[in-house]
Design a protein around this ligand. Sequence first.
Ligand code: CP3
Length: 472
Amino acid sequence: MKSYNDNFLRACRKEPVDHIPVWYMRQAGRYQPEYRKIREKYSLMEIVKRPEVCTEVTLLPIHQLNVDAAILFSDIMTPIESMGVPNEIKPNFGPYIPNPVRSASDIDKLIVPDFAETIPYVGETIKMLRGKLNVPLIGFCGAPFTLASYIIEGGPSKNYVNTKTLMYSDPESWHKLIGKLALGMVKYLTYQVESGAQALQVFDSWIGALSQEDYLEYVFPHMQMLFHELRQNTDVPVIHFGVNTGHLIEHLKEAGGDVIGFDWKTNITEGWKRLNHEVAIQGNLDPGALIAPWEVIEQKTKFILDQVDRDGFIFNLGHGITPNLKVETMQRLTEYIHSYRVDYNSPPRGEVRGGDPLHNKSYLKEKRQDLRNNATPAEATLWNALKNKQLEGRKFRRQHSIGNYIVDFFCVSESLVIELDGETHNNSFADENDMKRTQFLNDQGVKVIRFENKEVFENMDLVLHNIKEKFD
Ligand code: CP3
């Protein structure tokens, strides 16, 4: 067995990774011949109810694609029957609910059961999987709005007419329903974590059907409760995902989640910025692009990866894998992502809106603000020293000299760079102006050491010690 690969969990926590972690929504499914073979024998729910078969299906993409996380094979409807709403998953259709929930009395009949008792096979599968996996296991649930849309409509819907009818005409019943579903999902997710799930994803697939105002009024408080309660019960990372959510991502983040999932229409640079880079993000290749020639897939993937300029990114699709794909395409894509650079200390190579980031003032300002917000105590000391003018400015903008030491603070993309005179001279990180500055210093007989972000962090004590010694 290969050694444990926790890159996915590290990315959820915005920690450095060895390679960009990747998994795919619906990574086990009909595009795989092996899955189709198992489906000849069992229906989807029959697979879910048989821990051995369910384990085998969950493991298929792990072995086949070499992805960095497993997702429990199940469906968002799995816990719904034991909440009092019988349903089935119809092939090529989706969830079918023969008796839709529409009236106040239907809603009163819903219960929040002990899922360990009503659907014990979920916990058994998770336990079995944990014994076999060398990547983290993601548990999941449907979010209240998405679940409500199915149980109210009776199946998939285009315009959510019945759902919105209930929402607008009987808000009291609506809030009762969404509140019950939220409570149910807190219990269901907690049960999955207690069984061994190491991360969770909340699928609010159809939430994009609501405007901002309606989201805030009819859904947001329940989502906030869901994430808050979940945090009381568990400490695993939670991914919050929806489709067509370009207008909602700030609200999704505020509702909760350590990672926000983007659909393919949300630009990574802009979207992450709108979230102040405070959460990790997951996404967002258009699953529809996966039938394109490889060159097109590569170009679209590169466009996404080039925009990633910091820790906290998980590659995924903007929505689930469709059945018409080739396994080889998914293998090649996974390999490509794994071979992509993760040296976020160098300036981003990709296109950043607003021109070259090195010369974009507001971009630099934002990066600096980021650095201050995330400063370690040692960095904070330096920043304060700067702010209090203990480190005096001289000759060059942003350059400070203490005794014979030249200390140069500046930010290039996300990096805090410090130059000190010393033994070595390294120009690898310099833009044109830096080269000139370095040349000037060299001409005066001052040698320059340039620390990149990572080295500064690692050597901060030494840097501070040196500065302090000279300063004192
Ligand atoms: O990601 C994974 O590999 C785990 C498997 C998974 C399934 N459903 C299995 C499944 C997950 C995470 C889900 C969640 C789910 N189910 C969602 C949220 C994710 C999303 O796609 O937005 C939703 C909305 C559902 C409801 C549902 N179940 C739909 C819309 C369908 C598709 C109908 C179809 O035939 O395409 C299903 C059926 C379903 N769930 C399949 C799979 C693999 C289809 C394949 C089959 O019938 O074997």
